[in-house]
Design a protein around this ligand. Sequence first.
Ligand SMILES: Cc1ncc(COP(=O)(O)O)c(C=O)c1O
Length: 387
Amino acid sequence: MEYSRTAMSLTPSATLQLSAKAKELQSAGRDIISLSAGQPDFPTPIPIAEAGIDAIREGKTVYTASTGIPELKEAVAAQYSIRRNMHWLPSNVLVGCGAKHNLASLIRVAIDPGDKVLLPRPFWVSYPEMVKASGGIPIFPEECINGSEIRKAAGKGAVGVLLNYPSNPTGFVPTVSFMSEIADAIAETDMWVISDDIYEDLAYLDSGVPHILDFHPELKERTAVVSGVSKTYAMTGWRIGYSLACSEWTRLAGILQAHSTSNPCSISQWAALAAVEGKASREREEMHRSFHMRRDLICELLDRVDGMEFKKPDGAFYVFPRLLTDPQKLDTNRFCSDLLEEEGVAVIPGSAFGAEGYIRISFAASEDDIRRGIHRLKEFLHRRLNT
Ligand SMILES: Cc1ncc(COP(=O)(O)O)c(C=O)c1O
């Protein structure tokens, strides 16, 4: 059988592949320290889990409206209307099977084959593949994303742009001047925007995370805000994400969803409602505090590692150091697989995020694993630098 050219052009997710390899070695009895995870290492808070159990007991186990239960759409619309200081209705909300699903559906209905979409580098692994899967062409800025790169992309015919702050993989949180420059440039173009805000609640600055809609609220008509409960509430396996966009974009993505997955899991939606309604705010704050402490710890440990440089992340749970070993010899895929084989430490190669020469280290791990993992990385790098 011949498979479609589109399918054949897709690359498997490097993050999922590496995590799978680490698990395989672990099952074979190796002492593996995983600093590769893209998910909180906490259990889902009990009040949320109980809402899911109640949903099962109450028989809320049948198909729901394909775009999500009205209660959850209302709660999301109300919460984000306050959060972004603008008005959204339930008809602007689509509940999907994880933020990833919302992203894929919104991209799918926004582009036609051959359309170009600007993806700031380093990008989250799935963006280019989602664009390609929809027949689009990902384009990347020549330099760091800024106003002139956006104007340049618009000049080359880009129809849309994906923003992700706090960023996976860098943990970067934009400053007010950075975000206002980006927002000004986008406002001058006709590009649509998808703002992937999945890490919005995991930021470590008191000043919060500047958002494109703070600067140009009129962009609401062509901006989709995507978030969900996965990272904030340790609910990655429940698979609930949501988006807020103009009603037509939401309607079209909802039709696509209805024909592909019907609705997101009914039980998970009731559990997500408990999360959005604030039933686990205390647990959420505790997890946030832990991530903040671990961020400080990992940065302190990495400061003492030779052979790399990094910027302290202000959000998410990743550090993205640049390796300073001989660039001629540097292939980060190889580096990461050697690190896993030799030292039993799993991290993700920067090439997966369009940034060769970097590695992504996750601090969604216990303090002990962070300490032992960075110690082993230090030894490994020491050997590399001296051979
Ligand atoms: C930047 C980014 N967006 C979206 C997602 C997907 O989130 P979800 O698990 O809700 O699909 C992830 C998960 O790793 C992510 O890192």
